[in-house]
Design a protein around this ligand. Structure first.
Ligand code: PAF
Length: 321
């Protein structure tokens, strides 16, 4: 159970935090472990220093993709809170909650390399945000219909409810002006945007580009997998599986290259052929590499409505795999 701070103790905590701030060395990155520490820090930044606040939620295992989201937040806002929390509610009992990479020391080093310690803090809760010893399935739970169904939810039906619930909790704890999510997890981004709209949450949602393994990386490096979208879970992949995973980005890029600059040639009659052609092509590329397809779909880019079976000129789509 989290006991909210009274206005008096909040002011006291903020004064103590800001005294500590004045005295501290800029090489130190603040790592906060409790909800009240984060609330006090944000209160002090916002009300004493009049700073704008951005928030980057992560589950740790940081890679360049996360770093780019943190950089995006630092570019647009005065102060950035990064959370590192492996959320039990988004894992089904048979999934990898115990195995999920927990690399806090390395994560902190990557954040320190940004040389923005004075403009950042890390929220790395030591205890479950759902309460010590409390089963998360006993807690209030957010459901996001439509965009939260199909695609990834077909094989992981529990997933988006768990993500939306913890993000709502984190937004209530940090109360940022903006929160940043990666477009790699496009359905997750849309789920969060819908939750924010449906609950009238007063927060701007920013999205960051997918960061991929370098295409001109060292080819002799067994780990090199040009174009593969960076993900904390890539560390699970064997060399063979990494090569299979690479087929997704290669196929998506081929489709994107094939379309770009060709909209003048598009006729209504081509709409259905193109949609089926792309989906079939991407599925085949994945299967030929030895991979197994969960889904390849074209959806409306903003609403995720679909699957789209016939393309219409002027509409904006996203291809998801
Ligand atoms: O994308 C992630 O890492 C997680 O789903 C998030 C948004 C941090 C919620 O646990």
């Amino acid at each position: 159970m989290h006991i909210p701070l009274s206005p008096k103790s909040r002011r006291k905590a903020a004064a103590a935090a800001s005294k500590e701030e004045d005295e501290r060395d800029d090489t130190t990155l603040d790592v906060l472990e409790t909800v009240s520490q984060v609330r006090a820090k944000v209160y002090s930044k916002r009300h004493k220093e009049q700073k704008t606040i951005a928030f980057v939620p992560t589950m740790g295992g940081l890679h360049q993709g996360h770093v780019s989201l943190i950089q995006l937040a630092l570019n647009k806002y005065d102060f950035v809170v990064v959370s590192v929390y492996v959320n039990p509610m988004q894992f089904a009992p048979n999934e990898d909650f115990d195995l999920y990479p927990r690399t806090l020391e390395e994560d902190l080093e990557k954040m320190k390399n940004l040389r923005e310690n004075a403009r950042m803090c890390v929220f790395a809760p030591k205890e479950s945000l759902f309460g010590k010893g409390v089963d998360p399935s006993e807690c209030a739970h957010v459901t996001v219909p439509n965009v939260g169904q199909g695609l990834c939810a077909t094989t992981r039906p529990h997933f988006f409810g768990g993500v939306a619930t913890v993000v709502l909790k984190l937004l209530n704890i940090v109360k940022p002006d903006a929160a940043v999510f990666g477009r790699k997890d496009y359905q997750q981004l849309k789920v969060i945007e819908k939750m924010v709209r449906d609950f009238d949450l007063d927060v701007e949602i920013l999205s960051g580009e997918i960061v991929r393994e370098p295409v001109n990386g060292d080819a002799s490096d067994a780990d090199s997998c040009p174009g593969l979208a960076m993900s904390s879970r890539n560390t699970y992949l064997t060399e063979k599986a990494r090569k299979q995973a690479e087929s997704i980005s290669v196929a998506l890029k081929d489709v994107a290259d094939g379309i770009s600059g060709r909209s003048d040639e598009f006729t209504p009659a081509m709409g259905a052929n193109m949609a089926q052609g792309w989906v079939g092509f991407i599925k085949r590329c994945i299967e030929l590499s030895g991979g197994k397809v969960d889904y390849v779909e074209i959806r409306q880019r903003e609403t995720l409505e679909g699957p789209v079976e016939k393309l219409v000129k002027g509409e904006k789509y996203v291809v998801l795999a």
